[in-house]
Design a protein around this ligand. Sequence first.
Ligand SMILES: C[S@@+](CC[C@H](N)C(=O)[O-])C[C@H]1O[C@@H](n2cnc3c(N)ncnc32)[C@H](O)[C@@H]1O
Length: 823
Amino acid sequence: MVALPSLSPPPPRPSPSPATPRRRPPPPPPPHATPSHRVRSRPATVVSAASGVTDGYHSTIRSLNSRGRHVPRKSLGQNYMLNSKVNEELVAAAGVEEGDVVLEIGPGTGSLTAALLDAGATVFAVEKDKHMATLVNDRFGSTEQLKIIEEDITKFNVRSHLLPFLEEKSHHTRKYAKVVSNLPFNVSTEVVKLLLPMGDVFSVMVLLLQDETALRFADASIQTPEYRPINVFVNFYSEPEYKFKVERTNFFPQPKVDGAVISFKLKNSGDYPPVNSAFNGKRKMLRKSLQHLCSSSEIEAALANIGLPVTLTLPVLARFSPVVARPSGFSCNNSGDGSSSSPTGHCRWAHIHPAPGKISTPIQLIHPHLVHVVAYKNPHYAATDQSPLSPPLRFSIRRRRPNQSPRGGGDLGFPRPRPRRLSPRRRPLLPSSIPGGLRRVACPKMRPVFCGNLDYDARQSEIERLFSKYGRVERVDMKSGPDYLNVNYQNIGQVHIRDIMEHLCSSWMMDWALPFLPEPRSSLVHLQELRVHPGICSLGNNHLVNDALLLRSALHPPLRCTLLPRFAFVYMEDERDADEAIHRLDRIEFGRKGRRLRVEWTKEDRSGGRRGNSKRSPNNTRPTKTLFVINFDPINTRTRDLERHFDQYGKISNVRIRRNFAFVQYELQEDATKALEGTNGSTLMDRVISVEYALRDDDEKRNGYSPERRGRDRSPDRRDYRGRSASPYGRGRERGSPDYGRGRERGSPDYGRGGDRGSPDYHRGASPQGGNKGDERGSPPNNYDRERREASPGYDGPRRSTLAGALTVDCRPLAAVANCTVK
Ligand SMILES: C[S@@+](CC[C@H](N)C(=O)[O-])C[C@H]1O[C@@H](n2cnc3c(N)ncnc32)[C@H](O)[C@@H]1O
């Protein structure tokens, strides 16, 4: 037998029992239990046990020293209860009575054990510290009413040991045991997790825990950040009730924190559904964080069904909830039987039933602030569409208008653009308002002069006046502005193009535009399915600046947008006058903001075709050895990832990553073709990539990556987006080298704004160049309307997955309509 040490300081020699410490530690101040003022739901139970205190203290000291030296061990949470009144309250809280079987964890010196035995209970005690186990054994002798097991409760199979004991003691009648314990604070959560699901063994569990822990279990409000997965667990299995606070002065040695008594009325809840904590990685989208429960498409569908955005993250969910998920007639319930209310009277759970037949995996959200989401994938619930957390929550979600996206984004806090009342003068010409309908006629062959870099609000009459100084102006075709809204998606992560479409579609402009879209109109639908990756996205918005601005503010998170300047085609009667106008007007400052005009011949019209230096082909279907790759993850993708993805189709001679696009060059053109077929639309590191032929092959290999040069994994260009590329691709036409769609000065891809810069025009054809920063003298567009119609991905169903399809939402038919004469 190991001698029990005295408390402090240790005596020089162990003294025989019963020992009195040489120097007694100073007696603790009179312990008392006080009601808490911290939590409104705490009952004002006061344990005043001043009389029992001294006795308890002395008996504890006596017990501890009865066998020599024993220093309470902090690692075992050995803070003994000095106040016998608290022990009695514990016993009373559990309603222990004659014949009850009680599990006591850590009897220690046996002060609580004594109270339990006094109440007539049979105690099944589990004590980790063998000295204390011996001590209790010695203290109570061999009584039938006590069984002590020297074990660690966290590793102890309670069920297999206790059930036979329970059966024996309750004489084979079906009876529940109880748990009463002054727990070591450091194992309290573990014990709660271990015992709460044993609703078939225990009816009630009364524990003396650290005050903070007790509060967390019983009083964490769903509306507070303290609400954690453990609360979901506790509420599922029990009805917790905070009883009273026990001040630290009641313990020996005195802990640094107060204690509290909490009771859990156990529910026989059955299997706990596989709850996933969406608390982990709160910034993750739910479809990701719940992925191990259901497929992301299921989660998306469930979220969509209840009108939540599929890209939802927890913080966003919490923000939306007051708007989205205000329950009507929702009765509080967390008992599992659909009837009882939560102790605090707050709704704890909201069961969101997806539309019948839509999804077999209901998603459960906790209400009111939806700070926790759990998903059920229990076949039973799936089959019955029931969960233990019914009744279902009814949402008041506004009905969608037919042209709204099925996600109902407007109800989620996205400010929807308000329909504007337009003056009759600004109202668009609707087909119905045109007698005989709208007819498109060919524009007469003229010599248009391109006039770019105009102010957004430049007027046709102003341009006409300007050019008429040099000759008679037949007409001025203002290209309706803003022609392009340049949306920078960097820094905002992934955005669904449907977010954009949703807002576009909700404006009158798109309502009006849709009927004009040439077949297949489904391009819009396809676009809705596409995800925009960080990079540059051009939105064609051909009608009003306001629409673009509204869109900018409507999107969430707000996007950084740049409106590109307007441009016009000026048709002059005499070519010599036009020449003169170009000569005089090019690069002059014009308009309110004094922008420098770009005035030059529109190439095709001047020469009857493309100008000699036009390197751009109308599309990039001509097979080349080099593939142009876009939509991969520009941050994490390395050249070796691309190489791995592409090398199965043939020998790669060069891989080059530039910003958010890349070139993969094969030694053989046939291999490139095979690779294009195999990889376009394939998934590379979670991204669906788009692959096209590059306009030209990069045979120079300068600054490129080749498999032989694996050391240089990243091109220097990627570190400096704005820097001038050392690549021949980046230098534009002056170098006579291929320019795969990059603005000359920005070194960035300029999708669809290639003009004559030798860049590939990924189905966009020539587009207005007027406002292209850093390309002031960029060539004017070629045969603008025709090429747009021919090459636009928006109108080109089969090619929708190409680069431009992925990056562009376009309403250019509007421009086409605007250019035509109505007869
Ligand atoms: C806070 S003291 C309570 C002692 C006594 N019940 C009282 O009220 O004074 C905790 C007791 O639990 C015991 N203990 C600590 N960890 C344990 C574990 N994992 N399993 C069982 N008992 C443990 C300690 O040795 C100690 O005796």
